[in-house]
Design a binder for this molecule. Sequence first.
Ligand code: RIB
Length: 312
Amino acid sequence: MKKILVIGSMNMDFVAAVPHLPALGETMLAQSLDLVPGGKGANQACAIGRLGGHVAMLGCVGADTYGETLCANLAGAGVDVSHVCRKEQASTSIAVIGVTPQGDNSILVLPGANSGVDPAYIQAHLDLLEECDMVVLQLEIPLPTVIYAAREAKRRGKMVVLDPAPAVPDLPEELYSCVDLIKPNETELSILTGRPYRPKYLRESAQALQAKGVKNVLVTLGGDGSYLLKENGMEKRLYANQAVNVVDTTAAGDGYMAGLCVGLAQGQSLDEATELAAAVSSLVVSRRGAQTSIPTLKEVLEAQAGWRNSKK
Ligand code: RIB
């Protein structure tokens, strides 16, 4: 099993159950509030750990109880958190999430200690970068850090996987050129390319990212599956092959990303790894919360067997 290094955000999620997502200027009453370990980076590390991956996390929390809870939860999932930085001068980052009865959400992130994931912190841990085989990045930490980490990883011949979330337009080509695999959803694809998402233009949009220097592009399409455009120009459209009872889509992309990375770390092809990714994501959306919704490998294998049997 190859070694995976996740560099990213660690948030305590404040999750409010709301009747619908608030409209502009609307005040509404929430039905409940839960505190759940989250953050895109931490969710991906947690899921890689629960899926049996060999994973270490680089991120920052505050020297507070939320930070302790986040580290303990990751450690419990098998993630090496010994290099996570605990900042005395900052509070653990918080995400405020509204989730509707249909499972849709809206998320606000207060960066807090995530801002401490700066290039100097990565520079102090280049030994970890050296030791790993794959570096997993998202965009919830400062962009200069993502660019620096991607560049240093590429220089060392590591596989660089980028989840461009939350997406921002005009990512520099310097970053794209270091990325082996990028995994936007359809909204992120539209932000990255500056063109509205249209299913019939998926190939053109993915090619636009390849023109910026990315090797492989995998676009997730929610209940409609995914679209893969490989470095060699081969494309593959995958369709969701089982009906899922969606209760909360939070961390669906993170679970997908983790399944993908674990599959690749086990030596699977990109095509095979997307199947594991889709299975993980299907289970995540059927449960509530971020890290509370992430399955173990055993649960994923059992679910896949159940889905196969139900088709016979
Ligand atoms: O991807 C889901 C995550 O986005 C949540 O856990 C929240 O913390 C935000 O980072």
